[in-house]
Design a protein around this ligand. Structure first.
Ligand code: HEC
Ligand code: HEC
Length: 289
């Protein structure tokens, strides 16, 4: 290796003075445009540090002259989005729920809002498609415990069912065995009768006796025809749609020990416009009355 700098004859460029086995390294200067671009980025970086949040400090960061923050800009965007829909929300709160459908634009707005509010607040119990699970009603079918009109749904969502709100809907399925209202045998008979309303049963003697038990103990809530009464949240027992499950064991358990699942009240957690959006959305799922 030699440190002699000489000019390369062919290109006319200086060499670096490095040489390996007779091969010399050219000292080609950086192209101008490249250099200026690099200086440009350095200037840009310094400018950026000054005006934008940049350097971490021990417990904060340099905020920059512009005072920008991505959280702040998100908040502004959210506020703008809410403001943009302020008219729609205001209209929704004053309008009769049954009439929203006649205003296509407002109705679409309600359904979109209802869908996203449902995903956040309701899907953990009712399922992401509102299909429900044992003890959590399917909201897509037209089988309603408490009524499927949009106003009834609104009331259910607002005040809940057996919730801690004063205006909640109440109505319990009594515990006929635990509270010694019926004997085990009577409970077996009435379960046979209930099952016979939606499927063939072999034990006709039990079904006949069960019918009597039913008329005396159950018809007040479930109706003489067992089609249910929405004012008590008492389900229709003739439609083969089972809230807690279709097996006889489950039905025996329901009659023996009672039921009463809780649906929370939303009036203190969501604003009225959102609850209305939810009611319209749930009503639109296919089963609305
Ligand atoms: C903690 C679980 C839970 C959450 C969260 C929940 N629900 Fe419910 N919901 C229930 C239960 C349980 C019932 C059935 C109550 C009963 O036994 O009568 C119910 C019933 C309902 C009903 C009445 C169905 C009928 O057949 O009359 C509607 C409508 C409803 N929920 C809508 C909603 C909406 C909308 C939300 C979200 C804002 C929501 N629920 C959130 C548990 C929940
Ligand atoms: C005081 C009113 C009341 C009386 C009386 C009553 N029920 Fe119920 N029953 C209900 C309510 C309310 C539910 C729904 C419970 C819930 O939502 O968690 C229910 C639920 C049921 C279910 C579950 C249905 C399903 O889809 O899973 C069965 C079965 C049932 N009752 C049978 C009976 C029988 C049989 C009797 C009489 C021995 C009876 N009930 C008496 C109010 C009553």
């Amino acid at each position: 290796m030699s440190d002699k700098v000489e000019k390369d004859e062919i290109s006319g460029t200086d060499t670096t003075g490095h040489e390996w086995d007779g091969i010399k390294e050219l000292d080609t200067p950086m192209p101008r445009w490249w250099l200026w671009t690099m200086y440009g980025t350095i200037i840009w970086a310094i400018g950026y540090w000054i005006v934008m949040p940049a350097w971490p400090l021990v417990s904060s960061y340099t905020a920059g002259f512009l005072g920008y923050s991505s959280r702040g800009s998100l908040e502004t965007e959210l506020a703008e989005a809410t403001a943009a829909h302020a008219d729609d929300r205001a209209a929704l709160v004053t309008m009769d729920l049954g009439e929203v459908k006649n205003n296509a634009q407002l109705y679409q707005f309600a359904l979109r809002g209802g869908k996203s509010a449902f995903a956040v607040n309701c899907s953990q119990c009712h399922g992401s498609g509102a299909q429900g699970a044992p003890g959590f009603p399917n909201l897509n079918d037209d089988d309603w415990l408490w009524g499927g009109s949009v106003d009834k749904i609104y009331e259910t969502v607002k005040y809940g069912i057996r919730s801690d709100h004063g205006d909640t809907r109440i109505g319990d399925m009594p515990a006929f065995l635990t509270d010694e209202l019926l004997t085990k045998e009577q409970i077996n008979d009435v379960a046979e009768y209930v099952l016979s309303l939606s499927e063939e049963r072999d034990d006709t003697a039990a079904v006949d006796q069960g019918k009597e038990v039913f008329m005396e103990n159950c018809a007040s809530c479930h109706g003489e025809n067992a089609k249910g009464k929405q004012e008590f949240g008492a389900p229709n027992l003739t439609d083969a749609i089972w809230f807690y499950g279709k097996d006889k064991d489950i039905i025996l358990r329901t009659i023996s020990r009672g039921r009463g699942n809780v649906m929370p009240a939303w009036v203190d957690r969501l604003d009225d416009a959102t609850i209305r959006q939810l009611a319209l959305y749930v009503h639109s799922l296919g089963g609305g009355e």
